[in-house]
Design a protein around this ligand. Sequence first.
Ligand SMILES: Cc1ncc(COP(=O)(O)O)c(C=O)c1O
Length: 381
Amino acid sequence: MTKKTRLLIPGPTPVPPAVAEVMARPLIGHRTQEFADLYARLQGKLKKVFGTENDVHILTSSGTGGMEAAVANTVNPGDKVLALVTGKFGERFTELARVYGAEVDALEFGWGNAVALDQVEERLKKGKYKAVLATHNETATTVINDIKGIGALTRSADALLLVDAVSSLGGAELLADDWGVDVLVTASQKALMVPPGLAMVSVSPRAGEAVNQARSPRYYFSLAAAKKSIAKYNTPYTPAVSLFAGLDVALDMILAEGLEQVYRRHNTFAAATRQAMNALGLKLVAPETSASPLVTGVWAPEGMNADDLRRKIVQDYGILIAGGQDQFKGRVFRIAHMGYVDAVDILGTIAALEISLAHVGQPAKFGSGVAAAQAVFAGRK
Ligand SMILES: Cc1ncc(COP(=O)(O)O)c(C=O)c1O
């Protein structure tokens, strides 16, 4: 029998049938009124999800391209930048700014910890920074950071705040304008339920001034070029038209459910997954206070390679969960619950995990994790 594939990884995430269907329709030309109408519609919807009144540029690229656009267009060689690093993606943002010649101070909080606001405040008092780089949802460590708190600090320090919300936007609240985020970056293949290929970038008026004065070389990722085009609801280069169409439908789904309910649903899935792991005696990577609503990281039991367990689960049940990255490789597995995932996916994953733990020599009390998750679902309906 051909197995069903279930993606419980932090991107790409499952694509709803309605999104897949619209992407399979005959293509439209991108220099047409029909495309301009589509891009205009997307602007209206994205502004709600981003919590912004500003333009949200859609770039045909993965999320890292959006991060590169954020840096290349606002940070000049020699500028002082403070990078808040809580894991792999904070490290990536740091590297990117260094590649563009910025003088980067990396404030490291350690894998598994969230950004400590008092340390940020202290750094911002000590030095003058052009920009601060932060990760909203650190996918590698399954920790979510307090962007609202960071935004209050960068505002009073008069620094630009660039935020990587690649694995959170559309699944966890982030209000760009209210929270003082100058450049907010996300991507299509995570909570937004669209295949990989689109990065979205909002630009505040303050960041817009920096764009106008930017000196770093850039071409494809020029936000000045994107700004010129968006005035006519167009893009400078050929956009991934099908993905734009898919995003249109995915955003309708999110907005029809209501952002508050979407965030609540992700929180419930996270709580169910965390309770299940607790019931199974497995240790969680993220502390309760900064646990991601989108993905849950779990330490493999002593003496077990997390990747052996993952292989067993995908082999027997077609459920793909993520492994640990870099220093967490083999030691951590991650269950993503973002986007088009439902309670049955979560319960099924926990059940498959229980059986697979037994297969790799870590017997679990069958049903204990599932029961803990059921209790969460029952209590929150
Ligand atoms: C927090 C975060 N930032 C950036 C990226 C990079 O995005 P992409 O792989 O789409 O370039 C990811 C991808 O997993 C991510 O989770």
